[in-house]
Design a protein around this ligand. Structure first.
Ligand SMILES: NC(=O)c1ccc[n+]([C@@H]2O[C@H](COP(=O)([O-])OP(=O)(O)OC[C@H]3O[C@@H](n4cnc5c(N)ncnc54)[C@H](O)[C@@H]3O)[C@@H](O)[C@H]2O)c1
Length: 315
């Protein structure tokens, strides 16, 4: 099976690519090595998984014609669209970039797929589309467009374009809403990698809102969920891929503490755009896909710290 992964040089993309290649899929990557975080780091990702240079297309999906040309040339069986500008904080500074990278680029890749006759597309959306609805596990139908950051609004809009093009091109599209993904090679702008990187250097860490909570999902569980969707996703469905559990910030600190007993924490107030808590209801993914996340937060954090200690120069 021929698969194109957009954003394959990123955090989730590298792990997904490696896993699919190991299973015998023929994988091509489209990535522009966006400077949101270090391009050297993204190149290192591909080195780590020994990704063949001949299957890498260094193109920005904002270029509509180049995107169409690659998809026409490759004619894959499926496209997994991970490429995006991530991050809530930066989206408040540069909202229009998110219209380009998270909406326009998504339109370009789906349109290219539709015109080339690609029948299967998976789109990486985010838990942020739920907006701020703390206190309960959220089902897919709880999203109502009431977002609180430009990043989330762009993902919500891109989801809507996915539905529209799925109808127009008679395409089998699935939308996956990932909940805070972490693990080895985790994105350096996110809380867990940032904390571990600072703690290894004996620097203090900053907490924005001590009663916040996140549904942290280990990278292997996300990769498994994406593959299950590829095999069993029902046409037109949206799936939450989370752990199904909330870890409060206070609990996360207690999980980190045995690894870093000297830990110094600086408490700050909430940041604009951040939701207080995220919590996935994963019952639809369990039922349709057989999705069942297995990594506990304690094990996941342990694996991530081990990786970080062995890769300090890449943090
Ligand atoms: N990591 C998480 O916790 C998380 C949570 C929810 C949703 N997501 C979504 O999952 C996807 C992957 O996230 P990630 O954490 O691996 O991010 P990442 O930044 O590590 O990877 C994204 C990759 O896309 C590439 N890219 C961006 N815009 C591009 C464009 N126009 N053309 C070509 N390549 C482009 C970047 O260079 C990067 O390599 C994103 O869509 C993100 O919004 C991630």
């Amino acid at each position: 099976m021929k698969i194109v992964i957009t954003g394959g040089a990123g955090f989730i993309g590298m792990h997904l690519t490696q896993s699919l290649m190991n299973k015998g899929y023929q994988v091509s990557i489209i990535d522009c090595f966006h400077t949101y975080y270090s391009t050297d780091r993204k190149k290192q990702h591909l080195k780590e998984i020994q990704f063949p240079a001949r299957d890498l297309y260094e193109v920005d999906l904002i270029d509509r014609e180049k995107t169409k040309a690659i998809i026409h040339k490759l004619k894959p069986d499926a496209v997994i669209h991970l490429a995006a500008l991530p991050g809530v904080a930066y989206s408040l500074e540069e909202p229009l970039k998110y219209v380009d990278y998270d909406i326009k680029a998504t339109i370009n890749i789906i349109e290219a797929c539709g015109e080339a006759g690609v029948k299967r597309l998976l789109f990486a959306s985010s838990s942020s589309v739920y907006g701020d609805k703390p206190g309960r596990a959220l089902k897919e139908e709880d999203a109502d467009g009431m977002t609180i950051s430009p990043y989330a609004a762009s993902k919500w809009s891109a989801e809507s374009f996915c539905h529209m093009y799925a109808h127009m091109f008679d395409m089998h599209v699935n939308i996956l809403r990932f909940f805070t993904v972490y693990g080895p090679w985790g994105r350096p702008d996110m809380a867990i990698p940032k904390f571990i990187s600072k703690l290894l250097k004996n620097e203090s860490i900053s907490i924005f809102g001590s009663d916040s909570g996140r549904d942290y999902t280990y990278i292997d569980d996300i990769v498994h969920g994406i593959q299950l969707t590829l095999q069993k996703g029902k046409r037109g469905e949206t799936y939450n891929l989370g752990s199904g559990r909330v870890v409060k910030m206070t609990s996360l600190l207690e999980i980190l503490r045995p690894h870093f007993p000297e830990m110094n924490v600086h408490y700050d107030t909430y940041r604009m755009g951040d939701v207080i808590s995220t919590h996935s209801d994963i019952s639809k993914a369990e039922l349709h896909l057989g999705y069942s996340p297995t990594t506990t937060i304690e094990d996941g954090i342990g694996n991530t710290i081990l990786w970080a200690k062995q890769n300090e120069k890449h943090l």
